[in-house]
Design a binder for this molecule. Structure first.
Ligand code: PMP
Length: 401
């Protein structure tokens, strides 16, 4: 990891799928819960405890309302990594002898892939679902692999690297057809406009606050009520959250998560997604016009997460290109969670990209606080840097640039 301690003011943040800045409405709602309602929300003997408990109840109810589920079906976790682990390992550890197979897509986040590997150690068979070159799981491919020995199908609603939107309802229907459960890593679903879990028909779904302009360190697993006793907790303690995830809940984080989730539904949120998609389309179009060797990885822009642009700078080393753009542009090569490791993105590889093309790819994420001026400036910096890179490396076709 390179370190940089300079002035951040000149930076253009284009890494919204790695994390989002907190919304000021989230921060101000959290504020008073750090001071006034500091009491333990599980303390039952005094009014301060009741007040903190009420704040948690309100937060669960608000999140549940947006997701169209019930408040007691929301289990707070430290984030989506924990939610994904709780879903897969929790179910695996209580799996009955006749259902011991889990199907996951090849482009899942590492917290699903690693949890699936860990489930293998308790005797679960894990099968991987291939994806198309647009990063989509074909329900027909799932059907072929389904059987009455399948415990769980887990497919993310929206991919974090290429922004592909999965046909989650069709996948859930197929899973249910053989009596299997359906889990979706829905971390990027709210920013893509997918919040209604009843519509998706997921039995379990993972969310993370810091991907929706909320605080880091909080997320949740939605678990259908009748499945609660089919999940073995990852930790044991004071029995909070129906014993599924014990530990004292962080009231300010839960409140902040709920405010952030509340901002994901409604007309304002729809308008925001349209604005972001327009900026993203402009960004891609202008960059492709200025640098002809730039190609779009994954799905077409229509039907893709509105803020995602995964671009391949054919012939470039994306890591070097981004390094040259520091400190001006914050974007990432592959998934941020895998950064620090030099392994090429497993997502781009699963879409059929060569190692060279994978290593030439950059994910740009546009979001709530991106302005059209940011886009103008980012284009200027990226084009200028690509020129400079080409002066030294001569990777672009001579007469096109
Ligand atoms: N799933 C996906 C699709 C993600 O993008 C991330 C964050 N990179 C996670 C899970 C993990 O989320 P968290 O940071 O809340 O643990």
């Amino acid at each position: 990891m390179r370190e940089w301690y300079g002035d951040c003011n000149q930076q253009i943040y284009l890494d919204y799928q790695a994390s989002t800045p907190m919304d000021s409405r989230v921060i101000s709602a959290m504020g008073e819960h750090y001071s006034v309602s500091f009491a333990n929300p599980h303390a039952t003997d005094h009014a301060l405890g009741w007040a903190a408990h009420k704040a948690i109840e309100d937060a669960s109810a608000k999140i549940a309302g947006v997701l169209q589920v019930d408040a007691d079906e929301i289990i707070f976790t430290s984030g989506a990594t924990e939610a994904n682990n709780l879903a897969l390992l929790g179910l695996a550890r209580r799996a009955l002898p006749g259902r011991r197979r889990i199907l996951v897509s090849a482009i899942e986040h590492r917290s699903i892939l690693a949890a699936a590997r860990a489930a293998e150690r308790v005797g679960i068979q894990v099968d991987f679902l291939p994806v198309t070159d647009e990063g989509i799981v074909d329900p027909a491919e799932l059907m072929e692999r389904l059987g009455d020995d399948v415990l769980l199908v887990s497919v993310m609603a929206v991919n974090n690297e290429v922004g592909s939107l999965q046909p989650v309802k069709a996948l859930a229907d197929a899973a249910h057809g053989v009596g299997a459960l359906f889990h979706t890593d829905a971390v990027h679903a709210p920013t893509a406009g997918i919040v209604d879990m009843a519509e998706v028909d997921a039995d379990l779904a993972s969310f993370s606050a810091h991907k929706i302009y909320g605080p880091k360190g909080i997320g949740c697993l939605y678990v259908r009520r009748d499945l609660h006793d089919r999940i073995e907790p990852l930790m044991y303690g004071g029995g909070q959250q129906q014993g599924l995830r014990p530990g004292t809940l962080p009231v300010p984080l839960c409140v902040g998560f709920a405010v952030a989730m509340g901002l994901m539904a409604g007309a304002e949120a729809d308008a925001e997604r349209k604005r972001i998609a327009t900026l993203r389309d402009l960004f891609v179009e202008r960059l492709r016009r200025a640098i002809p060797c730039v190609l779009l990885n994954g799905p077409r822009l229509v039907g893709r997460h509105p803020g995602n642009a995964n671009l391949r700078f054919a012939g470039f080393d994306a890591y070097e290109l981004l390094a040259m753009m520091q400190p001006r542009i914050a974007a990432s090569t592959g998934s941020a969670c895998a950064s620090g490791s030099v392994e090429p993105s497993h997502v781009l590889r699963a879409l059929g990209l060569s190692i060279a093309d994978t290593n030439a790819s950059v994910r740009f994420g546009i979001g709530r606080f991106t302005s059209s001026r940011d886009i103008d400036e980012a284009i200027a910096v990226i084009v200028g840097t690509a020129n400079k890179y080409d002066d030294g490396n001569k990777v672009m076709p001579r007469n096109t640039f």
